[in-house]
Design a protein. Sequence first.
Length: 179
Amino acid sequence: MLNDKIFLLFCGLSHKSIIFDNIVYFTARIFPFIVLFLAILFLLFHHEVFSKEKPAKEIFQKLREIFFVSLSVVSAWLLAVYLKIVFQIPRPFLSLPNIHPLLAPTDFSFPSGHSAFFMGLATAIFLYHKKVGYWFVFFAFLIGISRIIAGVHYPLDILGGFLFGALGSFLLIKTFKKS
């Protein structure tokens, strides 16, 4: 199966260098917290409240933006959790022989909750702030790829997470965002 072959190609990069393994571990496990922190800082402090004629209106719009970005991210993550229970696809290290993951999650594999969460975040930020959104999309891709290399997700898990996260955020924000 192509999914297995791509997984083995990426996962085969691990356990060859302690430095590379540490980078992958950092990107898969620690970097997501840094990305979330950066997103929170950006959302809280990137505004032009005092340079506008109506600062109260600007504050309201900023709070609305924070609310919908947060709702998008939480919705994407909850959908991923629900779908994991529905599909119950085991992690690659449980299904394939001789896979030694760099992480050891205990839940199911499809879709990737990290990918859904961070692509949902990236899409939501992108819809409000294009230039910064590109960075968050890049961060989501780094996190997703690192989780394949770490041996905890198949490529389709990551793609499914990206799809659910992006589509969910897009639909939610486009439905409620004022033009």
